[in-house]
Design a protein around this ligand. Structure first.
Ligand SMILES: Cc1cc2nc3c(=O)[nH]c(=O)nc-3n(C[C@H](O)[C@H](O)[C@H](O)COP(=O)(O)OP(=O)(O)OC[C@H]3O[C@@H](n4cnc5c(N)ncnc54)[C@H](O)[C@@H]3O)c2cc1C
Length: 402
């Protein structure tokens, strides 16, 4: 068992760290670098994306032959955590959701023609993308089996009608991956489609307000009323939609965790710096046991999250789906992020609640981590399913857990 990372990965980590600390973090303190939804604005983003390309740190998760750096889940775990020391980090390297998960699934499951048309422009940073799945009641949310948006065969084409919401990035995306029902089977009733923003037969009816800062393009409600697609827009094959979803969400959940660990570490850094300087009742905050306990617990929880993420990443590289491991990481890291953001605000007092640090930004953002890509309870259900099915084997070391 070796917990060390390769010299090559360590060099890449150092390079990411330098760009994040020297050039991206400094942008956070100037309100002029934000858009009206609390994210980095397009001018500043364009500059940082150009810098990431110049430093040869662009799209590290994509194959070298498509313009990336060829890092798999283990390398991504190290690099994404480092990137999200800044709230503007991942998007500057083309490693933010939802593009990150969309690139992964297109690269894994697309035909060569689909990759050159739908994937390469996202890798190059020319277009943004969205993943369209969740629906209002009585449609599919936590349970994709309830999906109601339908694609029916009409005159040799697929025609889509239905209603979706909370679609991240939809207002700015050009490339969309859409999940729709094409049959009634529990496992083969869904199909994944690709469509372009400019195609008729669908519209965004509203951008839904949320409690936290927003990804570029917001979280939107979409209505489909006759979007018409040829067969070459089917990803992986008719009836394979559930499989597409599982492939996409598996790694996407883990990459969320990788990024959230970086955010949590940044919060601890801010609070540690404050506690080291601030005095009260005759001593420094950092010398108080109650503060030390909070910081120590945060560090331990973050490191436990890193171990869970790295184990899942390693298993993915061994060819396992690592479903139980990813569910555990998702629950633990999302809860850690929420707790750490709150505790670090507490340590910083009023300053923690102010906009003078990014703590309040992270605190508002963190709440969605307990919901997106599977609510906590759904992941607990998944873990328990493995526990009940495998009995004692559940605890076996080095097991695949498919
Ligand atoms: C910020 C944000 C971004 C999002 N981006 C996208 C996107 O880009 N594309 C997309 O398709 N969707 C997106 N979503 C939607 C997200 O995937 C769904 O919110 C999630 O799948 C849960 O579905 P739901 O909201 O319909 O909750 P529901 O299915 O209605 O569940 C509500 C609650 O019930 C509980 N619950 C559900 N199932 C169980 C169970 N089995 N056992 C116990 N309790 C349970 C959980 O507490 C859950 O939070 C986004 C959501 C948010 C908040």
């Amino acid at each position: 068992m070796d917990f060390a990372i390769s010299p090559e990965l360590e060099r890449a980590r150092q390079k990411v760290r330098t760009l994040v600390h020297d050039e991206i973090i400094p942008l956070e303190s100037d309100p002029a670098n934000y858009d009206s939804h609390g994210n980095i604005n397009h001018d500043a983003l364009g500059r940082m994306r150009a810098r990431a390309k110049q430093e040869q740190l662009w799209s590290p998760q994509m194959p070298k032959e498509r313009g990336g750096l060829g890092w798999g889940p283990v390398g991504m775990s190290v690099l994404y955590e480092e990137m999200n020391h800044s709230i503007f980090g991942p998007v500057s390297f083309n490693c933010a959701a939802p593009d990150d998960g969309n690139m992964y699934v297109l690269n894994k499951l697309g035909t060569e023609e689909q990759k050159s048309c739908w994937l390469d422009p996202i890798i190059d940073g020319k277009v943004r993308s969205a993943f369209v799945m969740t629906e209002p009641h009585p449609g599919g949310g936590s349970d994709p089996g309830m999906m109601m948006t339908r694609a029916t065969r009409e005159n040799g084409k697929w025609v889509v009608r239905g209603h979706k919401w909370y679609i991240t990035g939809a207002e700015e995306a050009e490339h969309f991956i859409l999940m729709a029902r094409t049959g009634d089977g529990a496992r083969d009733g869904l199909t994944a489609f690709l469509f372009h923003r400019d195609e008729p037969g669908w519209e965004i009816t509203r951008r839904i307000g949320i409690m936290g800062p927003e990804e570029h393009g917001g979280h939107c409600e979409l209505v489909f009323d006759g979007l018409t697609l040829d067969d070459d827009r089917v990803l992986m094959g008719e009836g394979k939609g559930l499989k597409v979803t599982q492939v996409r969400l598996g790694l996407a959940r883990l990459t969320h965790c990788m990024r959230w660990l970086g955010l949590a570490r940044r919060c601890v850094q801010i609070a540690s710096d404050y506690a080291a300087e601030r005095k009260g009742f005759g001593i420094k905050l950092a010398d108080r046991e109650s503060i030390q306990i909070k910081l120590g617990k945060a560090a331990m929880d973050i490191d436990m999250g890193r171990l869970l993420v790295m184990r899942a990443a390693w298993k993915l590289e061994q060819g396992s789906k690592a479903r139980q491991d990813i569910s555990m990481a998702k629950i633990h890291v999302s809860e850690t992020l929420n707790r750490v953001a709150s505790d670090m605000i507490q340590i910083c007092g009023a300053k923690g609640y102010s906009t003078d640090t990014v703590l309040e930004w992270v605190y508002r953002y963190a709440r969605q981590a307990l919901l997106v890509d599977g609510a906590t309870e759904v992941h607990q259900m998944v873990i328990n399913r493995f526990l009940q099915a495998e009995h004692g084997d559940f605890w076996q070391w080095g097991k695949g857990h498919d």
